[in-house]
Design a protein around this ligand. Sequence first.
Ligand code: 13P
Ligand code: SF4
Length: 319
Amino acid sequence: MQLMSVLNLDLTKEIQRLKKEKNAIVLAHNYQISPVQDVADFVGDSLKLSRLAGETDASYIIFCGVHFMAETASIISPDKKVLIPDLEAGCSLASSINPNELLKWKNENPDAVVVSYVNTSAEVKALSDYCCTSSNAVKVVQSIPESNTILFLPDMFLGAYVAEVTKRKNIKIWPGECHVHAGITDKDINRMLNKYVNAEFMVHPECSCTSSTLYHISNGDINGESKILSTEGMMNEARVSKNNQFLVATEVGILSRMRQENPSKEFIPVKEDAICKYMKKITIEKVYNSLVNDVYEVKVPEDIARKAIIPIERMLAIS
Ligand code: 13P
Ligand code: SF4
């Protein structure tokens, strides 16, 4: 069916009907636009969505996030049909390392343990020992014996944060970055912290200001509370915190869910234009199109999936 011919239908209702008819679930990342989050069965961060992909009985998973997340879901649930509504939903961070670059790095460090952030391609995961997400990166690194050198990739800010928290000296960090989070700088943070002196401050570990934030926290330079959290960690904190005003340093898509779930609290983005264009590729029209036309399937070749599942399962075991 042509997209144009359904413009007058209530897409939301149609999506709900199709989900039942096909035994499909919609998983949406916290950065998705509100209409997509509204039609989702579950909204969450990378770790939560990976877990849900492994637990669901649904026949179809419509993954509203970026490509590596859909690949991870397909690796975890090879018997499910995983669809992504737009194949152009990529990730600048995942693109910052390819399998050949990792192979070269491994050859230069033959005894090292490779820890890959989940924002990597399936091929890179297949060459890794452990995967981690922003919510369990510290625990994953802590689970590796002190004597092992670690190759941490691809996010240099998350790597610097993990090295600082774990106090490990033998972590080598790949110089990759996410263009959205790298754009949230010390200058942005300081300007907002000076303006909202009593707000609680929540920052994603991919932000370029993370290391200096750690420094400010340890020096007691920040008046209000401050926490370095994954996107789902931020959602939990927004719910349980006694504070009423929050400064949020991450992609701004998370704010609509925060405001919806906590109507009496105020959430202020540290940077209004911290927008991931890849996450915004997905619309409800495209979700509908996925359900109607079974597009676009994300399937990882079996030989890659067989290797990539090992670091992913290690990641899921450590939360
Ligand atoms: P989370 O794992 O915190 O959801 O982050 C994923 C991501 O892509 C951040 O940019
Ligand atoms: Fe990738 Fe950055 Fe977008 Fe997250 S925000 S999906 S790391 S480009």
